[in-house]
Design a protein around this ligand. Sequence first.
Ligand code: SF4
Length: 407
Amino acid sequence: MLTTDSVEVVHDADFLTSVVIVNTCGFIGDAKEESIETILSFAEERKKGKIKKLIVMGCLSQRYRKELTAEIHEVDGFFGVDELGKVAESVLAVKQENLPYYGKRKLSTPAHYAYLKISEGCDRSCSFCAIPLIRGKHQSFPVNELLLEAASLAEQGVKELILIAQDLTYYGSDQKNKGGITELVRQLAEIKDISWIRLQYAYPTSFPDDLLDLMQTQPKICRYIDLPLQHINTRILKSMKRGITHDETVALVNKIRAKLPNVAFRTTFIVGYPGETEEEFEELMQFVREMRFERVGVFTYSPEEDTAAFALEDDVPDEVKNERMERLMELQQQISFQNNQKRIGNQEVILIDRVEGDFYIGRSQYDSPEVDNEVLVNRIDYQLQIGQFYTCVITEADDYECYARLI
Ligand code: SF4
């Protein structure tokens, strides 16, 4: 929407341009702090006259617009999560109805992969989470619009579509057409030039069996599931209002692994939730030891205003939260090393993302960009193209990286 004959959009925050748009996150304490630091640093530049206009948008702006407006006077406009048109109006000084629409998305990712947001908002009520307060109720985007967007991305050269949503597996529950996520993915897979489809942020209850069936038979869907579990202790899961118990979680992971033997799981956990005892944390460690997930992210609990858990005493001291996070990450590092060692000798198709120093940096279907493992191929022996797939054999591996040569 912003790209016009007179405006070039760049994605580099260090590049001082005439207009800076800060897209904020207000999900947890650390993200809020980072967003505020970024706004303040650009506010300084705005004060010095180095930038002409400073716009702030996104979750933090939606949630704390009044407070931010009162505190930070250098910002020219604060906009919420569903005010993209107003952001464009403000930047271009043109009424929304007169904005040019070029119909193509300007990608902030490399040209060969793109995120496709399939819904907005969330109908769950996880006790620790402010997202439904910020983003509102779940709203699935229409299948036909998503198919058009995906086809347009494919035409632009996108080969990997990364489907994202707050609650991916809930897709379609609010629509009369009950095909749901499985039907959407099935239709997306029919787009000729899309080679990989990756699914991110599935919810553990009511995980659709027919999606697993489709993943078994449709090779374009990466053998990868991002399934945030948050904890394993049943008391904590109940307090978190996750709608699942320890045993049901184990059964779900085992079922998925049985149907998709080589699937890579990414999951996230929260440590230091109110009342989390050492025994409950140890139960989580034991679960991770046994399940040997391919990728794990760990957050420390932070109380968020207006959430159900905010009323609970935040009684796990920060140093204990941090120590638990470190212990869990150290455990996962060992597991990741062992999992990667097992990949040595495997033949894998690698998509090359970029060049760095002496290496081409790529990913397998088991890895999502920016958060997961990378596969490195040396540049001395090969001339590879960014955005192309190559069949490689894994030759070496460490905690979070593998090395490969072409076959
Ligand atoms: S499903 Fe995800 S986005 Fe929705 S409330 Fe729970 S943690 Fe938040």
